[in-house]
Design a protein around this ligand. Structure first.
Ligand SMILES: [Zn+2]
Length: 179
């Protein structure tokens, strides 16, 4: 029936993908998706909804992992060691920055929401690193498969160097430890 469905490693990853993808008909993003587990050559999950802007039916089907990864306590996890098949490294880096901005500088009394935003920023930057092959020192150009991600890579290729990414990761991780 279907060939090579993209893998959604966690529900968090599937939900983020759905939030970032616009409606093909009108470009709007607002859509409430309902999920159901279906059988499609193995376990899969189907997310369907109606675009809140133009009413178009939207539907995505993802393959589910053999083993469901529970999120670690107080942290956010989008997947295991394997790189994402849904969002490319540029999209992950962009999302990571949005979350870090939402978390704020960390001087004031911290809300749970701000801490969660920082934990999400950390998890998202870790996703970027997963695209770097063991022997490489940066995310290879071929890893970018989304227009939005490719645009970020073209604008600032140096942001995808392993050293730079590790520095960002360490920064978020230290900030998180203080909260
Ligand atoms: Zn629409």
């Amino acid at each position: 029936m279907t060939t090579a469905l993209p893998l959604a490693r966690t529900n968090a990853e599937a939900r983020l993908f759905l939030r970032l993808r616009p409606c093909a008909a009108c470009g709007a993003r607002r859509c409430e998706f309902r999920s159901s587990v279906i059988a499609a050559d193995g376990p899969a999950s189907r997310y369907a909804g109606q675009c809140e802007s133009c009413g178009a039916h939207r539907e995505y089907v993802f393959r589910l992992p053999e083993q469901i990864l529970p999120p670690p306590a107080g942290r956010v996890r989008f997947g295991g060691a394997q790189a994402s098949q849904l969002l490319d490294p540029g999209e992950w880096l962009h999302y990571s920055r949005i979350c870090a901005d939402q978390a704020g500088p960390g001087d004031d009394a911290q809300s749970a929401a701000a801490r969660h935003a920082l934990a999400t920023a950390l998890a998202a930057v870790e996703e970027v690193v997963k695209f770097i092959p063991d022997s490489a020192s940066a995310v290879p150009a071929a890893a970018f498969f989304a227009d939005a991600g490719q645009a970020i890579f073209a604008a600032e290729p140096g942001s995808f160097d392993r050293d730079r990414l590790e520095a960002v990761r360490t920064h978020y991780s230290e900030q998180l430890a203080r909260r």
